[in-house]
Design a protein around this ligand. Structure first.
Ligand SMILES: Cc1ncc(COP(=O)(O)O)c(C=O)c1O
Length: 428
């Protein structure tokens, strides 16, 4: 049975206004309607609770987008929200420091293997930029080898030569392909004396066995530092992040997202001798000691240490992966849910001449009308408040969609279905 179209009138109307007032219509490029299924997918949220969100038209969804990763415990998670409320009653930004700064730093040092000292920031890109300045100052070298997205600051965007970034910065950061030790070794052979650090993250798959240890050895052999971007993996793969999970600690690591269950907090943590370099540089922000986010982080880290959060994320993610992959196989749909269980990937593995974007628009909007929000390709995230029933519902709704997709696969009816849904979203 095909469910009725979603009503998205309020979302669509609000976005018309946002597009006039906000460049790009939103603050986050990955949250723009074009990233999902424009016209057939909600745009504005009204509230979140546990693993669900409600949009501004009153439609409720099981949410696996999870604000792009920060919501690790759940929306309106009581221990976190209570900590925020308690701090709110005392004020949250002063000319004096907040006692939560050392308290939160101490908790991070207890759980993150590389952490001997911590500096707080507001966003992930800000933390990675601070780490870049620090490794350059510490080593007295300029060149950074980087694999992956580190945020919008010039230091990183220089790599792709974006408009607005001085060309002179381009030679100071060099991209290398993920998990390719040979290419990385070549860079060190040619420019070993100029390389300050290697920055990398782990996102969609395990690194090859021995890779992280080999990169660390290569860096140290040449007097360079190893920095992990744990903005997605931190407090999610394990309490101590990817470095705990894979058993190889870097010299520095950057965190954000899950650190404060969605409150705006990021940090750089790492070796004391490297971190103290920050004290002498002008790396300084007004809002680093903002206490609502720090209170949220202390509550989140405490939950992570005392409750079986991480094992549950893995179990729910495994249930999702197994359920979706069995469904795809049963229905003969070339679809694969992969990646690491707390942060899964999704791909159509064959297209038979159909455009991948069209397939995703179809899938995302058919799932949305059935009350499930997903992100194209992933990463899709489970949180501690999702229930087994939520996951089983996602799998059951996927089965419904795949059943229908089988009938339109490879035919013009697929595009017609996408367009018909879009046309229907403005009707009550
Ligand atoms: C791995 C990684 N690093 C850095 C960033 C940038 O973080 P922010 O958007 O908080 O600046 C992101 C954002 O998604 C990310 O996924």
């Amino acid at each position: 049975m095909t469910p009725p179209n979603l009503t998205l009138e309020n979302s669509l109307r609000l976005f018309e206004k946002a597009a006039q007032l906000i460049p790009g219509g939103s603050q986050t490029s990955s949250k723009r309607p074009t990233q999902f299924a424009p016209g057939g997918y909600p745009i504005f949220a009204e509230r979140g609770q546990g693993g669900h969100i409600v949009d501004v038209d009153g439609n409720e969804y099981i949410d696996l987008v999870q604000a792009l990763g920060p919501i690790v415990l759940g929306y309106q998670y009581p221990a976190v929200d209570d900590a925020i409320r308690a701090q709110l009653a005392r004020g949250f930004l002063y000319g004096l420091l907040s006692p939560l700064e050392p308290a939160c730093a101490e908790l991070i040092c207890q759980v993150v293997p590389c952490a001997e000292m911590v500096r707080f920031f507001k966003g992930g890109g800000e933390a990675t930029a601070a780490a870049a300045r620090t490794v350059r100052a510490y080593t007295g070298r300029e060149l950074i080898l980087n694999s992956g997205y580190r945020g919008w600051p010039d230091v990183w965007s220089a790599e792709n030569g974006d408009a607005g970034i001085p060309a002179v910065l381009q030679s100071s950061v060099r991209a290398f392909p993920k998990f390719d030790l040979d290419i990385l070794s070549d860079h060190f052979r040619r420019d070993g004396d100029h390389i300050a650090a290697v920055f990398l993250d782990i996102q969609r798959e395990d690194p090859p066995p021995g890779y992280l240890a080999a990169v660390k050895e290569l860096c140290h052999h040449h007097g360079a530092l190893l920095v992990y971007d744990e903005i997605v993996t931190g407090f999610r793969l394990a309490v101590g992040g990817a470095q705990e999970y894979y058993g190889v600690a870097p010299d520095l690591a950057c965190f954000a997202k899950a650190l404060a269950n969605g409150m705006p907090l990021a940090c750089v943590a790492g070796r004391r001798d490297v971190m103290t370099t920050m004290a002498e540089r002008r790396i300084s922000i007004t809002y680093g000691g903002e206490a609502l986010s720090l209170a949220a982080a202390v509550a989140t880290l405490t939950e992570l240490q005392t409750e079986p959060v991480i094992s549950r994320l893995w179990a729910l993610g495994a249930r999702l992966k197994t359920g979706l992959n069995e469904t795809a196989e049963d229905m003969d749909i070339p679809f694969r849910c992969g990646g690491l269980e707390p942060m899964t990937t999704m791909d159509f593995t064959r297209h038979d001449g159909q455009d991948d974007t069209l397939l995703w628009h179809y899938f995302l909007q058919e799932m949305a009308v059935r009350g499930v929000l997903l992100r194209r390709g992933g990463l899709n995230f489970v949180n501690y408040s999702h229930t087994e029933t939520d996951i089983d519902t996602v799998v059951a709704k996927t089965a419904e969609v795949f059943h229908e997709l089988r009938q339109v696969w490879g035919t013009p009816a697929l595009q017609q279905r996408v367009e018909a849904r879009r046309a229907g979203t403005v009707r009550a």
